[in-house]
Design a protein around this ligand. Sequence first.
Ligand code: ZN
Ligand code: FE
Length: 252
Amino acid sequence: MARPDPIPAYDDNYIWLLRDGPSTLVVDPGDAAPVIARLGSAPPTAILVTHHHWDHIDGLPELHARWPAVPIFAPEDPRIPIATRRVSDGDAVEVGPWHFEVIAVPGHTQTLIAYHGEGLVFCGDSMFSLGCGRLFEGTPAQMLASLDHLATLPGDTLLCCTHEYTAANGRFALTVEPGNAALQDRVAEVAELRAHDAPSLPSTIASERACNPFLRIDSPEILQSLARHLGHAPQDRVEAFASLRSWKDTFR
Ligand code: ZN
Ligand code: FE
């Protein structure tokens, strides 16, 4: 199975790099310099973009000027000015030896897409390890549906999200579900990795199903925590998700 490489960028971003022989794929180049440092003079086979935020697209002008023939796949969104092919939910992306399917995962932004295939998913800022993106544009119901969809991918799918937020997410996750043994193990593993400056990613969908509170709003322990936090039991899954997300927004 293909094992992608996270290239650190800015404070806590990762630009994903996938290689197979002479083929390379770059995902969410928020900065051109670390990509060029890694690739040198060899152009990538293609560039994939998940959403319009600057930390995911600001490398595009320089990369496109340097390698104008390299295809750039992106969602339909005028806030992503540079793309050679616009894709949306259900579209197939064939690049080099790889095949991906586009999945719409709105919530963090309205037009965010994930690319799923080859045993991995490039999901931008929709799902993080032990967390999820902030709701800048979408509704809680949209984000919940997006996360529910990602959670149905095969358990061994590698989760290639774009920020190193796992340790901070883990502190919140343990606050809402302290009795989750799989979560305790994952938090310990992440502490060990981060102590050696190693990435906590990629994660797997199976690990997230076992540990990520935003995929676990049906857990009795999380529902109890939410009831204590809210002063009443959430009425449904959307309220449970919305209150968990807004709790996390103010959590220190
Ligand atoms: Zn973002
Ligand atoms: Fe981001």
